[in-house]
Design a protein around this ligand. Sequence first.
Ligand SMILES: Nc1ncnc2c1ncn2[C@@H]1O[C@H](COP(=O)(O)OP(=O)(O)OP(=O)(O)O)[C@@H](O)[C@H]1O
Ligand SMILES: [Mg+2]
Length: 300
Amino acid sequence: MGAARPPAGGIRVNATGESGAADQPVVRLTGVGKTFGAMDAPVVALADINLEIGRGEFVSLIGPSGCGKSTLLRLIGDLTDATDGSVEVNGKPARRARLDRDYGMVFQSPVLFDWRTVEDNVRLPLELFGHDRASQDRRASEMLELVGLTEFAKRHPYELSGGMQQRVAIARALAFSPSLLLMDEPFGALDEMTRERMNSEVLSIWERTGITVVFVTHSIPEAVFLSSRVAVMSARPGRVTRIVEVDLPRPRGLETRESPRYFNLIIEVREALRAGDRAGAASEATLASPERTAAEGGIG
Ligand SMILES: Nc1ncnc2c1ncn2[C@@H]1O[C@H](COP(=O)(O)OP(=O)(O)OP(=O)(O)O)[C@@H](O)[C@H]1O
Ligand SMILES: [Mg+2]
């Protein structure tokens, strides 16, 4: 056992070959900013984000509510456009990566179709893109095995627990063999024990597939337990204020959660969040300063 990642097992999920050099970052964010709203009332959600995520990394984004975590994930996934800077996935513009189906996404709510069986939910993206029935079947059964739901293939989502439904959503997100998995608070709605179990399962999937994961969470312990690096964000506008390297040995399990190093890293992330919060409050104070307001015509 050591800090190194265990070799990927028999299940091949991502096709790295098509995605360029192995040492090329999977995600490269350069000077990324995002402003919402009209010119007279802009909301600067993100400012000057610079971040590279290497192949096979597990990176968590953590920060206060409204700091732009979901927006950043959506920018990487080309679900929204950056106002400034560039977003590259596998060395391509995010738009191209989306068309090439380089990534899968999992959200807080699993968004499954209740009238379709579990396996029919997993096969859906392949069906929509015209894959033949045999390859749909093969892929759905491989992915259900990966998430441990083989025996529930013929059930419907409403017959499953919340954690199991989220596993179906993960299986579906992996159906296209993405090289990148984007997860936005996927376990936020689950109770603590189920969440811990799902954390171990997602790590096991990550270890067996070699996929790169970007994971948004509010939970400091979850971020530390899962990640190779934690990107700490500040509010208003969202910036990455600190990257915490998580050097806990893998595979991680119960012993990890009880180790002194784990607790120390939790404290480190918590302090980084506090420092970011203070910086955010200071920049908000600057934004609200009388000079600025006067210059904008707010007071006469
Ligand atoms: N489509 C939109 N139109 C206008 N403003 C938006 C839009 N999406 C997000 N915002 C604003 O951008 C900021 C960042 O929102 P975002 O949802 O990315 O935050 P978050 O960090 O994911 O928050 P949470 O932790 O609560 O999920 C917020 O101020 C939000 O109001
Ligand atoms: Mg969010």
